[in-house]
Design a protein around this ligand. Structure first.
Ligand code: ZN
Length: 57
């Protein structure tokens, strides 16, 4: 159940995607939930795809 309050962490490098902040490097607006990221979005640090991320509290 991904929502705008759920952060996701990269399982490879530890980068944290915070939906409240979005991801300016990838032109993701603040308030975008992880589930709403485009399928071609990848970790801005190491480049892995969304399947390598997991939800954190
Ligand atoms: Zn990464």
């Amino acid at each position: 159940m991904a929502d705008v309050n759920t952060k996701y962490v990269c399982g490879i490098c530890g980068y944290i995607y915070d939906p409240a902040e979005g991801n300016s490097e990838m032109e993701v607006a603040p308030g975008t939930s992880f589930a709403d990221l485009p399928d071609d979005w990848g970790c801005p640090l190491c480049g892995v795809n969304k399947s390598e991320f997991y939800a954190v509290d």
